[in-house]
Design a protein around this ligand. Structure first.
Ligand code: GAR
Length: 193
């Protein structure tokens, strides 16, 4: 079984979209793959309840309990490794990962970012896209490399930026597309792996 481990920090709507796609599209039967665990760095992450309701193993690893980024990432890696995942999927995981962690999962570590990378890496993507006068924005699924919000692009979706958009209205339009492209990118990887 190809195990997928998903890392979240918040609402987990991308994680939920992946879990739903796996069920709907029969990833277990078609690809021999299943979401094995959802790990959050925050105990109050909304997505944890969804995962538990779907009988997916959950773990919480509070980064504030660790003295350094390296110490947190080392423990995170040992939690992830317990599942021996084929894919490690960052889905709204709002921690910068150390180069050591990234190297450990190189080639099987994915991220989704709410902009058309390489434009607007980092935070506040929607506000920045509106302030720059972008006519289009979107979302990107990419392989994770040591450089933040960089790495080979697997999928993108484009949405218009409307004249009266706020960061919130644009975020909602982009998020709808994220829910389509993240499962699609993962299914494609599973089909070719
Ligand atoms: C998503 O928009 C995702 O692209 C973004 O956080 C949101 C998480 O939503 N990720 C980043 O900004 C990473 N730099 P979700 O918890 O509902 O999936």
């Amino acid at each position: 079984m190809k195990k997928i481990v998903i890392l979240i920090s918040g609402g987990g709507s991308n994680m939920a979209a992946i879990v739903r796609a796996a069920q709907r599209e029969g990833w277990r039967e078609r690809h021999g793959a299943a979401v094995a665990a959802v790990i959050s760095n925050r105990a109050d992450a909304g997505g944890l309840a969804f995962a538990r309701e779907h009988r997916i193993a959950t773990e919480v690893l509070d980064h504030k309990q660790f003295a350094s980024r390296e110490a947190f990432d080392a423990e995170l890696a040992s939690v992830v490794d317990r599942h021996q995942p084929a894919l490690v999927v960052l889905a709204g995981f709002m921690r910068i990962l150390t180069a050591g962690f990234v190297q450990r999962y190189e080639g099987r570590l994915l991220n989704i970012h709410p902009s058309l990378l390489p434009a607007f890496p980092g935070l506040h993507t929607h506000r920045r896209a509106i302030e720059m006068g972008c006519r289009f924005s979107g979302a990107t699924v990419h392989q994770v490399t040591a450089e933040l919000d960089f790495g080979p692009i697997l999928e993108q979706a484009v949405v218009p930026v409307l004249p009266d958009d706020t960061p919130e209205s644009l975020a909602a339009r982009v998020l709808t597309q994220e829910h389509l492209i993240y499962p699609r990118a993962i299914a494609r990887l599973l089909a070719t792996a």
